[in-house]
Write a protein that binds this ligand. Structure first.
Ligand code: 9MR
Ligand code: ZN
Length: 568
């Protein structure tokens, strides 16, 4: 905790550049949260220089000196960028990087536990997103709280229930809006479960201070259960799954408890139903050791919706007519062939992994063949098949087609290597290369899922999580980028690092919170160009927050929780 607050209250000696983007841009750009001791450490510098030093903040001593290299031309930002490499600085401490006479960087830390506090804050973001309850958390002297909200969720008018209500409470608000969308729950819960399955033991060492802390469930799973309790309410009696629970139009910037406009279940869709199967099937096996009754309930729900999907192989688009809230509709034509195969592949993978059913494996492998075992370069809510492919690849169950397993492994490594290369070719070492789109900051973080899978696939089981590799270094590059090694020199996560977003598109950030944004949220990011980020509340295109992006950041941070494992 202390480490992060020090960074925020620091007075700085920083020349500010005005650039073509609306935001001030700082010339020395590095991870303003900090580095693990053994990690590679580089800053991108937008000023010509020859030498740099690193200064210890406690006594002003110069602890490192080096030569600046470059420049390289960044076609995305149209800058000449220089590089300072201070990887050899391994001594834990608080520092600033200086180009003598020209500029000094934001403060940063070197510490083995440098990502523990950010992990805590970002996971707390999920708790603060809870719907159907009052929430409260104090961060750096400000208490962020709202009263119990959306207790009337929701009306059945659009799903054949007449003007009656059914329980649809709990869950998390989606983003800067308070609606609840099954498809975005899918990628979010899937990424968080992936984090648990890959890094559960180290995640368990972080206490999240939840109302449930100290109970039967590990904190991390208790937080996800809040969402799953809502997800289960989205299943219709026949196994189809309502696409979303939403107001008709986006609401105003008011606290959640003040939003009393009617909210409705919307008709079912293939994407929501497939994602529902995946989430509930995965929950069944993950919750089994802690809460068998809940695991049974999830498994039954998964089976019912899977049977429904099998009986409805064609793509069924959710009817969202009349609603102007988020669509979360998979509208790439190819994805619609064979009934949204991407999500169905993921559904089959999780159900097979949980049950071992040969029929489900047969279905799964047919779908893996349909997509040629292709692991996508980056993925989000509209492309969950990678999650299924990874579950298939790492399964310890018998019965898989060895040739298909080999193909997926080969494709995974090719994709991961491409991510590594894209990062190496980017002036800010951004592992998404030059791809800029709505929510690309989430994409940058989510690359870690593919990279870690490649890391795991290329190592002996016993050691895959314990030492450095180019894949893990690239995951750190993702964190470096999001915490300040970017065109803006700023952190993209509220409450963390240097000059974090102050005006995210978040409906809670009004009244007393107008200039105190709720902490722990990754904003969408520059889009459609590297220089198009605006820290303005109205800019939902680049400055909104969202569950799916935060879940990817949680994954990336979880990798490095264990005493800096993998980097020393
Ligand atoms: O994350 C979504 C992005 O991929 C889409 O391009 C965009 C426009 O459809 O919508 C984003 O999702 C928003 C959702 O529809 C409503 N809640 C806020 C989400 C984040 O902006
Ligand atoms: Zn709510």
């Amino acid at each position: 905790m202390a480490a992060v607050s020090i960074a925020l209250v620091t007075l700085l000696l920083l020349p500010i550049h005005r650039t073509e983007g609306a935001e001030a841009s700082l010339p020395i750009r590095l991870n303003t949260v900090g580095y693990l001791p053994g990690a590679e450490k580089q800053a991108s510098i937008a000023l010509p220089g020859t030498n740099f030093t690193v200064i210890r903040r406690s006594d002003g001593a110069t602890v490192f000196q080096g030569k600046i290299t470059g420049p390289i031309w960044d076609p995305q930002t149209r800058e000449r960028l220089y590089t300072a490499d201070f990887s050899k600085l391994k001594q834990p401490g608080d520092y600033q990087l200086e180009v003598p006479g020209l500029a000094r960087s934001a403060p940063f830390h070197v510490a083995a536990d440098v990502y523990r506090e950010p992990f805590y804050v970002v996971m707390r973001g999920f708790y603060l997103w809870r719907c159907g309850t009052a929430v409260s958390a104090t961060y750096q002297g400000t208490t962020f709280a709202h009263d119990i909200c959306h207790t009337n969720d929701a009306w059945l008018d659009y799903v054949g229930g007449g003007h009656t209500q059914k329980d649809g409470t709990k869950g998390w608000h989606d983003a800067g809006d308070y609606n609840k969308y099954v498809v975005n729950a899918g990628i979010t819960v899937g990424s968080l479960f992936r984090a648990w399955e890959d890094f559960g033991p180290q995640i368990q060492t972080v206490r999240l201070d939840l109302p449930e802390s100290g109970g039967a469930l590990p904190d991390f799973l208790a937080e996800i259960k809040w969402e799953m309790d809502w997800v289960l309410t989205m299943q219709a009696p026949d196994g189809s799954v309502y696409h979303k629970l939403s107001t008709i139009h986006f609401g105003n910037f008011i606290p959640p408890e003040a939003e009393t406009t009617d909210r409705y279940f919307t008709p079912w869709g293939s994407e929501a139903t497939a994602d529902f199967v995946a989430m509930t099937a995965q929950a069944a096996r993950i919750f089994r050791p802690y809460d068998p009754a809940f695991a049974d309930r999830c498994l039954q729900a998964a089976q019912l919706s899977y049977r429904f999907l099998q009986a409805h192989p064609e793509y069924h688009q959710a009817d969202q007519a009349g609603f102007t809230t988020g669509l979360y509709e998979i509208n790439v034509p190819n994805h619609r062939l064979n009934g949204a195969p991407q999500n169905r592949l993921w559904a089959a993978a999780e159900l097979w992994e949980t049950t071992g059913s040969p029929d489900v494996l047969h279905d799964l492998e047919a779908r893996v063949k349909t997509v040629h075992g292709q692991v996508s370069l980056d993925f989000d809510w509209d492309e969950t098949k990678d999650l299924g492919l990874l579950t298939y690849l790492f399964s310890e169950r018998s019965g898989r087609d060895p040739a298909l397993v080999k193909l997926v492994r080969k494709n995974l490594l090719a994709t991961a290597d491409k991510i590594v290369q894209d990062g190496q070719h980017d002036a800010y070492a951004r592992p998404l290369g030059s791809r800029y789109y709505w929510g690309d900051n989430g994409g940058v973080a989510r690359q870690a899922i593919i990279l870690i899978a490649a890391d795991r696939a290329t190592r002996h089981k016993i050691s895959w999580f314990s030492s450095r590799s180019v894949y893990r270094d690239t995951c750190l590059d993702a964190l470096n980028h999001l915490f300040g090694r970017n065109y803006y020199g700023r952190s993209f996560v509220t409450g963390l690092g240097f000059q974090p977003p102050m005006h995210p598109h978040d409906r809670r950030d009004m009244g007393e919170y107008l200039n105190h944004p709720w902490p722990g949220y990754l904003v969408g990011g520059a889009n459609p160009k590297a220089t198009d980020w605006h820290d303005q509340q109205s800019d939902f295109r680049t400055n909104e927050i969202a569950l799916n992006w935060n879940s990817a950041l949680v994954y990336a941070l979880a990798i490095f929780l264990a005493n800096g494992a993998g980097t020393s």
